[in-house]
Every structure is written in C-alpha cells, then in structure tokens.
Design a binder for this molecule. Sequence first.
Ligand code: HSE
Length: 328
Amino acid sequence: MRIALIGFGSVGRGIAEAIVHKNLDLTVSGVADSKSGIIDPAGIDMRAVLERKRETGMCGEEGISAMEIITSADYDLLIEVTPTDARTGEPALGYITAALRRGKHVVTSNKGPIACAYHALRTLADEHGVQLRYEATVCGAIPIMQALENGLAGNDIRGIYGVFNGTCNYILTRMADERLTYQQALLEARELGYAEADPTYDVKGIDAAIKLVILANTVWGLSTTLDDVDTTGIDAVTSDALELAEGQDCTIRLIGEIVPGKEILRVSPRIIPKSHTLVVSGTLNAVMVDTDMAGKVTFIGKGAGSSETASAIISDVLFIRDHHVKRT
Ligand code: HSE
C-alpha cells in the first residue's frame, strides 16, 4: 500500500521511525512538512528523510507543497498529522477533503477537522467508498475508537468519563509530587513534546473538550461543537489547592465527562480520591466507558508522545490495509 505522509513534526517523525524499523510492507510515495516536500512513486527512503529533517529542518525540497502531493502524487492512503486548529480545522480540513475527493483513504491524528466537520467528512468518505479513521485523535496510544467500534459493539454506551489530556495530567502530577509551580511544570511538558503547538489548548481544557466532541459525534451520532462543552482548564489551579486536596487523601485531575442522557458534556478540574481509577500519573490518560452489558470498562495508557501517537496511526493504517485495500 502506498502512503502520502503530510506533517513531519513529533508525530510524523514517530510514524517514519516505525516505518523504518518495522517490517510494515508500506511504501511512502510522498512526504511534506510545512516548508518542503518530496514525491517518489518508486518509494521514498524514510531513513534519509529522517536524517535530512534532523540536519536541515526540512523533510524534502522547497517548492513541493503538501497540497501538491495530496492532489497529484500516486498513493492509496493519506496520513495527515499536521498541527490542530480547533476553530477552523484548517489547513488539515482542506487536505483531508482533497484526498477523500480523490478516493483516497485517510488516517489522521488531527482533532481540528474531525471535531469541526466530522459528519461532512464521513459523508464524503462514504460517497467515495473509502475509509476515514482517527484513532490517534483521542487518548493517543489507547485504542478507544477500536474498543467502542468493535470490542464493545452491541453495548449501549451510557457515558464516557476520563482524563483526556496528557499535558494537564503531567502538570498536575508534577505540581503535586515535586512541588513544581504551574509554570515550571508547563515548561517541562512543552520540552518533552507533550503539549500542543499552542499549549493554551491543553491548559484551558480545549484539547480535552475537542476529544469529547469527537467521541460524542462518533459514538452517539450527535452534532456537538466545541461551544457545547462546558469547559474549565487547569490554568487557575494553584499549588495550595493541590496541597489542600492532598490533606484529604485526594488530588486534582482534569476530568472530561459525556453523559448524553443527562445532557452532560463537561471538562473541569475535579477533586477526587487518590484511590480513584481515573487518578493516573504523568502523561497517562484514563477513559472509563459505562455500558449496559459490559458494565464499566477502563482503559489506561499514554495519551501523548511521538511513538505513542504513531502507534494509533499505524494501527489505523494496518486496519485499512488488511480490511479495505485489495492486494494485487
Ligand atoms: N497535547 C495533547 C495532550 C496531545 O497533552 O494530551 C495528545 O492529544
């Protein structure tokens, strides 16, 4: 299967590393970052691309754009991993739309277009008989979409609760455990590559809210937008508040909740007992799905990071390769 890879930041690099180091039987025929691109129908040497990116900051040549690759290169599946714009979904929305219109499968980690235009993109994919998958948009390495789609198929999903933002969880953990200030912990999270390009998305709860929108629209077929989510971030949480919680054997976590039956769609910092299932450390995410047959099922795993997000992307790619691409 031939791949076009658009976006070569932390996630793009993680995908390239996986393609280099694992025998995945994938041929990359186009790669672009924000400044450059490369097209080769015979297959691009991803080891060389990784090296060029490290040395020059560019994955290919100036003058070859992402859109040119998407609209003219020869590929079966677009991997779209450019930074998120939560309000417009662009430029990723344009990239994904162009690929679907060409009848190409799309796998993305980009929350913007899925949160802004899920139903339109789904319709476009269906009209062209191709797959649109976005496991990496919610909770990084946790295969929550697969679990909801397949593992828990047949269950009525009553609600979904959890820790959906690794950066906030990291900051709260470091503030409580190491007595770091909010600013110090945020700086660490940025340096480690967990935070969004614009970290206000993380700390103001917007990133978690986007993930709730994606889940609500996918799982329950709703048409919610970011404005429907009652959102409070962690930027006002102080070390004193964490210490106070500590004194009661509790801690503070940024919790997202969707309970359509009760019209709850909310992200907010909550004081919860340290022994609670959703109290996880560092960049871990935790998602509890409340179902009618299976009861409560909780998933815990890394919610951010290069190889962790690449794991979700690669699983979507291989799912499409094995279920939807005819082998010749
Ligand atoms: N910035 C996000 C987080 C990345 O910290 O959870 C994964 O969506």
